[in-house]
Design a binder for this molecule. Structure first.
Ligand code: HEM
Length: 174
């Protein structure tokens, strides 16, 4: 495999780093909302701080994505499959962005400032808006379900390329 057939090093680092972060955030979120144990509040504080880091990372990742050329998809892939791949990748970027932003807006309208590892405090609305809080809370849950569904499809497609079609799509991201 020649290097132009692979994603750039920065794209691969963003991909696997964010995959680890987002999977941990999904697991922490689902664990948090199904427990009343004392650690639940600590986990929530960590979830919020890393969630803000995710907003910065996905922004940097999008800029990096627009600056790099991608390896071509296999030439024998049907046009509709290429279109589905492109649309699903942009949908994933949208969800990666909307997920933490909805979390932040939920806390903003609840009037809860966000503490980032004791280094920075993000502001919250001075006046609580219970309706917007409820809206963004609901949205955060729905986006999480959509993201889990898209990740399952994405992993399924990668496995199909590797084990069924036996092409280089997965290897290009390794
Ligand atoms: C990649 C980023 C993020 C992911 C994947 C994520 C994921 C999740 C998930 C799966 C839940 C459980 C939802 C449910 O079943 O109701 C959750 C809950 C929550 N998240 Fe996030 N989250 C992210 C970012 C954020 C950010 C940036 C904040 C705030 C700054 C935040 C605040 C919260 C809060 C407060 C809850 C609890 C909501 C409740 O009380 O029902 N999240 N998150």
């Amino acid at each position: 495999m020649i290097s132009s057939d692979r994603f750039s090093l920065s794209m691969r680092l963003f991909h696997w780093g964010m995959a680890a972060l987002v999977l941990s955030m999904l697991a922490a979120g689902l664990l948090m909302v199904t427990s009343l144990q004392p650690w639940q509040l600590t986990l929530l504080t960590i979830h919020k701080a890393f969630g803000v880091v995710a907003i910065l990372l996905v922004t940097a990742r999008l800029i990096n994505r627009l600056r790099h050329k991608l390896p071509a998809l296999p030439h024998d892939l049907a046009d509709w499959q290429k279109t589905v791949a492109k649309v699903s990748h942009w949908l994933l970027y949208f969800l990666l962005f909307a997920m933490p932003v909805s979390g932040y807006l939920m806390q903003y309208f609840a009037g809860r400032p966000i503490d980032i590892f004791g280094l920075l405090r993000l502001p919250a609305a001075l006046q609580v808006d219970i309706h917007l809080y409820a809206l963004f809370r609901e949205l955060h849950s729905l986006l999480a379900l959509a993201l889990i569904g898209m990740i399952a499809l994405h992993v399924g497609a990668a496995m199909h390329h590797h084990f069924v079609r036996k092409d280089d799509v997965l290897k290009s991201m390794l």
